[in-house]
Design a protein around this ligand. Structure first.
Ligand code: CAA
Length: 440
């Protein structure tokens, strides 16, 4: 069977940086440790005043096409995943194709274009669509460009303001991929939920605390569903487990839940239960509430064991490295977690060839998807050329007053000079509604 998976990845970060513990927390009268220790965030990326989901997506895609030496003729499909779309008719992929056609010979007239929406899950769903298209033999030997692009901004004063971010991830999905091969098995956890909505409004309406619980419930269901097709999982089956990361503290909660699930009824659980002094078995409790309370107590103890800490430090913590510096990229978030994992392996000389990742994607509304990927030979060469550090370092640090201005500009309440913060450098820029984005 032909292998299908991710052949190339590039990112584009919003070009402004908001320092959360040192700039945002003092302005909000909050303890900086809420950010660094509680949420696990250092800074978030913000879109400059001339950036939006189209320019960030097009800039990431151009970077990918240039590195791979591609032209429009090599691409048969462009799917954009976003929850920040501004057009209810025309997909964002057409705007991005329009940008790219300004700089390449040829055009994307032959390419199937679309837009996927299921909150942050849509990036993974777009990869699934591309996978199915290739597996069905409809791709005529061409690759699919998947672009996950979002500006995750919340209303000022909303608790979500702590977890903002902006950026795009472009990925090329092909036969015989150079980075990871996708497996056929997937698991889902899906339910109609109303904790996070954006019905024809600029900023989301969020019940933040509930959104955390919904994330965990759907992720657990997805893991169970995944195991129903893959067989039982064990924490050591996977070298890294990249999760959707709205903020690293969320993943800390998901990781312990996943670990507890994967170790149930195993020797690991037995040993841990002995160490911790309890073993939550449903039949031992009179009510469901008592049982759930016991599981919570068990997981609190579990987090502190050497066994768990070692596993968490090896498979989860490295996936958070980019996120903690850029915040939430919604549809791109789980894909920067995967990228962070691959970069960690590269930096530590850990050969991942033939090894597996378990990827936990999630979208509010709500649905989680779990699937496995296998890293393919030669992955190192393709990961080491992805530009991440320089981009993050080049961001312009905004003060709190500048943050307020930028936020208002993106909310169409104010305007400011394009060159005010980080002047464009040979990139696509937003030049006004109804006009083609230009490259400057
Ligand atoms: N030192 C150390 N830790 C501290 C601290 C301090 N001084 N102050 C607070 N903390 C800890 C808190 O204990 C808490 O940790 P736990 O959850 O582990 O208890 C954490 O820091 C956050 O503190 P609060 O709960 O007080 O923060 P908050 O009330 O401002 O809300 C939030 C946090 C609900 C996540 C909010 O930022 C929010 O609504 N975010 C947007 C929604 C979101 O991201 N939901 C995630 C699931 S939905 C999803 O994943 C889809 C998506 O992308 C949006």
């Amino acid at each position: 069977m032909t292998a299908v998976g991710i052949d190339a990845i590039e990112i584009w970060t919003g070009k402004l940086r908001l320092d959360l513990p040192n700039t945002f927390a003092p302005a909000m009268g909050e303890d900086p440790e809420k950010y660094t220790k509680g949420l696990g965030l250092e800074s978030s990326s913000f879109p400059d005043v001339y950036e939006d989901i189209v320019t960030m997506g097009a800039n990431a895609a151009k970077r990918l096409m240039d590195r791979k030496g591609l032209t429009p003729d090599d691409i048969g499909r462009i799917d954009v995943a976003t929850e920040s779309a501004f057009d209810n008719s025309k997909p964002v992929s057409t705007y991005i194709a329009g940008c790219l056609e300004q700089v390449y010979d040829g055009d994307f007239h032959h390419a199937n274009k679309g837009e996927r929406k299921f909150a942050c899950l849509a990036g993974t769903q777009s990869i699934d669509d591309a996978y199915n298209w290739i597996k069905a033999g409809r791709n005529r030997g061409l690759g699919a460009l998947v672009i996950a692009t979002d500006t995750a901004l919340y209303e000022r004063g909303d608790p979500g303001e702590a977890t903002q971010g902006a950026g795009a991830v472009a990925m090329l999905i092909t036969e015989n991929p150079s980075i990871v091969e996708l497996s056929t098995e997937q698991g889902y956890g899906s339910a109609d939920e109303t904790d996070f909505l954006k019905p024809n409004q600029q900023f989301p309406s969020v019940d933040g605390k509930r959104s955390v619980q919904v994330y965990l419930a759907r992720m657990r269901e997805a893991l169970e569903d995944y195991e129903s097709v893959s067989g039982d999982t064990h924490p050591d089956d996977f070298e890294y487990i990249p999760f959707h990361t709205p903020f690293p503290g969320m993943v800390r909660k998901a990781a312990v839940l996943g670990y507890r699930h994967m170790t149930r009824d195993t020797d690991v659980e037995e040993e841990l239960a002995e160490e911790i002094g309890m073993q939550p078995r449903e039949e031992a409790y009179d009510t469901r509430e008592d049982y759930e309370e016991a599981i919570r107590a068990y997981m609190d103890e579990l987090k502190e064991t050497d066994h768990y800490r070692e596993w968490y430090g090896r498979t989860i913590e490295p996936t958070l490295e980019i996120s903690r510096n850029v915040g939430n990229w919604y549809t791109g978030s789980v894909h920067i977690a995967r990228l962070a994992a691959l970069r960690d392996a590269l930096e530590s000389g850990h050969d991942l060839t033939g090894k597996r990742l378990l990827v936990g994607s999630y979208g509010s509304g709500a649905q989680a998807e779990i699937h496995a990927e296998t890293v393919v030979e030669g992955w190192e060469e393709h990961v080491e050329n992805i530009e991440v550090d320089d981009q993050l370092a080049r961001r312009y640090d905004i003060s709190y007053d500048e943050y307020e201005l930028v936020h208002d500009v993106h909310n169409h309440e104010k305007e400011t000079d394009v060159d005010r913060f980080s002047p464009p450098e040979s990139e696509f820029v937003f030049t006004g509604w109804g006009r083609m984005n230009e490259r400057r």
